[in-house]
Design a protein around this ligand. Structure first.
Ligand code: HPA
Ligand code: ZN
Length: 341
């Protein structure tokens, strides 16, 4: 397909985004502005210098820069502005539904209250739903490089916000922090009625994905790209129809794969895995969701059929009611019929 045709096709396609860290949408310009108004010093004179510093060797080298940037967020208004800007951007890319991660521990460790974070984010989500017609869910991620005890305390705080937090996830430095470390926390989450997901198989081996299934009993795997190391695991993921929220630009920028041409997205689709495409931390990795679809499509030769499958998968994998899911899938199918090429 011609480049312009593909761009228009991806732009118009209705889609859900399921793997998006709200702190990872903090664009350098907003980071500098909020840093100034809150008197938080940053190691960059301007936005261009920050962008230049965003060159990563691995997940940890990204996390160091990401947590430092996140420290500018202090007031309810900051969390509101961050979330509102993401929703505007997402809506402009025809994201119809977004499931948004936030990392409370990185803020509460700096003395920001749980209530400040939640109020800012949820106010922007309600305004976004009303103004932009985009539906959303909020997923609280536990930082896996902190202790189980710290995670459990954070879970206790989340219980007071059961009405606005739909699910629990697990992120941050993967290697050395296997899913099984958090079995007790996920047990608690399930008993409290939360949906659950976990990052697994980004830098960690296929065994981390298996642990996330067997010890944490998650509904979805975030990343999961290393499942291809284990044929039995792939068969199980297919049989149980476990969705994988893949983030192509993130994987290349964090050097999980040396280039987009080596990314396994197409092979994963061809194996029948329930793969979705997402942006992870778009302010750092060079593209929002459409940028991820296009970079993968170009490098891997995806066709219209693959792209439509990815968009359909995003709604199949989303935490939606059957009626909402049907509604969005009908939107995708209507678009595909109109633009079948
Ligand atoms: N992996 C782990 N932790 C994260 C990521 C990621 O891609 N983004 C933000 N926190
Ligand atoms: Zn992530």
């Amino acid at each position: 397909m011609e480049k312009e045709v593909m761009e228009a096709f991806v732009r118009g396609l209705p889609k859900a985004e399921l793997h998006l860290h709200i702190e990872g949408t903090l664009e350098p310009e907003m980071m500098i502005d909020i840093g100034r108004r809150n008197d938080v010093p940053l190691p960059y004179p301007d936005a261009a210098a920050a962008r230049k510093a965003y060159a990563f060797d691995n997940l940890q080298s990204f996390l160091d820069i990401y947590y430092r940037a996140t420290s500018v967020l202090r007031r309810e208004q900051d969390f509101y502005d961050l979330t509102a800007a993401y929703l505007e951007k997402a809506a402009s890319q025809n994201v119809r539904h977004a499931e948004i991660f936030f990392d409370p521990q990185t803020h509460t460790a700096r003395g920001i209250t749980f209530d400040t974070i939640i109020r800012g984010i949820t106010a922007a989500l309600s305004d976004g739903e009303r103004r932009l017609g985009i539906s959303t869910r909020l997923i609280m991620c536990i930082l896996r490089d902190l202790s189980l005890h710290n995670g459990l305390e954070t879970m206790e705080q989340a219980l007071d916000y059961r009405d606005v937090i739909a699910g629990i996830g697990l992120d941050s430095a993967e290697l050395g922090n296997p899913p099984a470390k958090f079995a007790e926390l996920y047990d608690r989450a399930h008993r409290a009625g939360f949906l659950t997901v976990a990052h697994a198989g980004e830098e960690g081996h296929a065994d981390y994905i298996r642990q996330a299934l067997d010890s944490l009993h998650v509904r979805r795997i975030d990343h999961g790209v290393r499942c291809l190391e284990d044929d039995e695991l792939v068969a199980e993921l297919v049989r149980r129809d476990i969705p994988l929220t893949v983030c192509p630009l993130s994987n290349v920028r964090l050097r999980v794969f040396a280039s987009m041409r080596e990314h396994p997205l197409k092979r994963m689709l061809d194996r029948g895995l329930r793969v979705t495409v997402n942006s992870d931390d778009p302010a750092y990795f060079g593209g929002y969701v459409n940028g991820n679809y296009l970079a993968a499509a170009e490098a891997l030769g995806l066709g219209r059929g693959d792209i439509v499958t990815l968009a359909r998968n995003s709604f199949v994998a989303a935490f939606l009611s059957p009626a909402e899911r049907r509604h969005y899938l009908d939107e995708v199918d209507a678009f595909a019929v109109l633009h079948h090429g």
